[in-house]
Design a protein around this ligand. Structure first.
Ligand SMILES: CC(C)(COP(=O)(O)OP(=O)(O)OC[C@H]1O[C@@H](n2cnc3c(N)ncnc32)[C@H](O)[C@@H]1OP(=O)(O)O)[C@@H](O)C(=O)NCCC(=O)NCCS
Length: 428
């Protein structure tokens, strides 16, 4: 197999290295393309563009494979807690008991939010979208920890900042819910696990403690673990682009939250539930929605279907589908939306439009039903995704710094007016 690619422009040939990754995926290194040929490449949406080398997460979209640091997602989902998964993603290895205990202790230590932050929370209107609050508050908390603004990719400063962010993102999310619903803030309980502590901050009352059942805790753990990283998706790339200017970790992940918010990315998990509700209440047959999704004269898409990378199935969706049944059974709940989701999946899998375009359920398709079962309100779904994705964002920011990556600065092909003279106002 050749390890060179030849490009011919205007009759002149140029050779570029072909680089192979550890899973044999290949790329053409075009770093010198513009300086040698004067040309750039055009790839809107970056479907064919490698933006970095990374050893964090491997996705094989053709075969439905996802691995964190080499470990298959199926094994991680079955055996690891979210804190263990976060450690693995951040530091590259599963923690030993001592490392895990220290990491847990550090996360617990950083759980409380500064009391002055309560004024910020109460300044938001009750209807404020929780993703806007999360993004804003991630930046604001850096003002209370000025030492973290000068943190680099390793050492105690980084370790503390990573634990602080993993811990506080959870408290910010829970506080925004409490404020929006007019409930008193519930402070963290360091004796609880990561997931139980979050649920306690969400659902305990001063007069009644919420105790998460093992089923609910396990379901939330699974949700967070499955969202922990997914290589160079839109929000992670955003974190890298922002971080490449050497912006601090807080502002970089805050930008990641904004990117995640969009309905084509993390916002799709709430979009799926809205779509299923709509199907349920409208009484229209599923075929009506398939026709709508296929009709190119509108923008309607089936939420929770399709993926830039997975052209087979999304392994996270498979895991979630199985677990949703178990959780509903264990909690003795029935969810009519699950029946609709199953019918929708079955029909799309037999439909030529979806078959030809390789559109399968993605991670967001069943995750909302899981979140509903454990009592998370709909407007918090994308925030839950953000809590889960935090380890991936931090790890990518760390790796970017370790690799000393250049500032991200794509080029363009200009298609506007060529030079023209300024026209004075009176002559326009
Ligand atoms: C995820 C997503 C943004 C990927 O976008 P992408 O890689 O740019 O894929 P494309 O838009 O090129 O899709 C290829 C074709 O499938 C169609 N398609 C993709 N997702 C579709 C969906 N959910 N419903 C209907 N058609 C869809 C596109 O319209 C396009 O059709 P065309 O070839 O006739 O023009 C896209 O599939 C989507 O919008 N899905 C719904 C939102 C969602 O679930 N997002 C969460 C992702 S984890």
């Amino acid at each position: 197999m050749s390890d060179k690619a030849t490009l011919t422009i205007d009759g002149k040939s140029y050779e570029y290295d072909v680089i192979t990754g550890s899973e044999n995926e290949r790329c053409i290194d075009i770093k010198a393309l513009r300086s040698e040929t004067g040309c750039i490449t055009m790839d809107p949406g970056f479907g064919n563009t490698g933006s970095c080398y990374s050893s964090i997460t491997y996705v094989d979209g053709a075969n439905g494979i996802l691995r964190y640091r080499g470990y298959p997602i199926e094994e991680i989902a079955e055996k690891a807690t979210f804190v263990e998964t976060a450690y693995l993603i951040l530091y590259g290895e599963l923690p030993n008991p001592r490392q895990l205990a220290d990491f847990r202790a550090s996360i617990a230590e950083h759980a409380p939010l500064h009391t002055s932050l309560e004024h910020h929370f109460s300044g938001f209107p009750r209807s404020a979208p929780p993703m806007a609050i999360l993004s804003a508050m991630l930046n604001i908390i850096s003002c209370f920890h000025p030492e973290v603004l000068d943190v680099h990719s390793e050492g105690p400063g980084f370790d503390k900042t990573a634990a602080l962010l993993l811990s506080k993102v959870r408290a910010i999310a829970a506080f925004s819910y409490r404020m929006a619903t007019g409930k008193p803030l519930i402070h963290p309980n360091p004796s609880l696990s990561y997931c139980s502590n979050f649920l306690h901050m969400m659902f305990s009352e001063p007069y009644r403690e919420y105790i998460a059942s093992p089923v609910v805790e396990k379901a939330l753990t699974l949700f967070l673990v499955l969202h922990a990283d997914h290589e160079q998706n839109c929000s992670t790339s955003t974190v890298r682009v922002v971080g490449s200017s050497r912006a601090n970790l807080f502002s970089s992940v805050s930008a990641g939250v904004c990117a995640l918010w969009g309905p084509l990315h993390g916002g799709a998990n709430a979009g799926v539930i809205r779509m299923l509700e709509d199907i349920k209440t409208s009484g229209r047959p599923i075929s009506h929605y398939l026709d709508l999704a296929k009709d190119k004269s509108n923008d309607y898409k089936l939420m929770g279907f399709g993926h830039r990378v997975y052209k087979n199935f999304d392994p996270r969706s498979k895991i979630l589908k199985k677990r949703v049944y178990e959780v509903l059974n264990e909690l003795q709940q029935q969810d009519p939306l699950l029946e609709i989701a199953l019918e929708l999946e079955e029909k799309t899998l037999k439909d030529d439009y979806f078959i030809e375009r390789n559109l399968y359920p993605n991670v967001d398709f069943y995750s909302g039903i899981l979140l509903r079962a454990i009592g998370i309100p709909l407007n918090m779904y994308t925030v839950m995704f953000a809590i889960g994705r935090m380890p991936g964002w931090i790890a990518n920011w760390k790796e970017l710094h370790e690799h000393g990556q250049r500032i991200s600065r794509p080029r363009q092909i200009y298609t506007g007016e060529t030079t023209r003279s300024f026209v004075p106002l009176a002559q326009r």
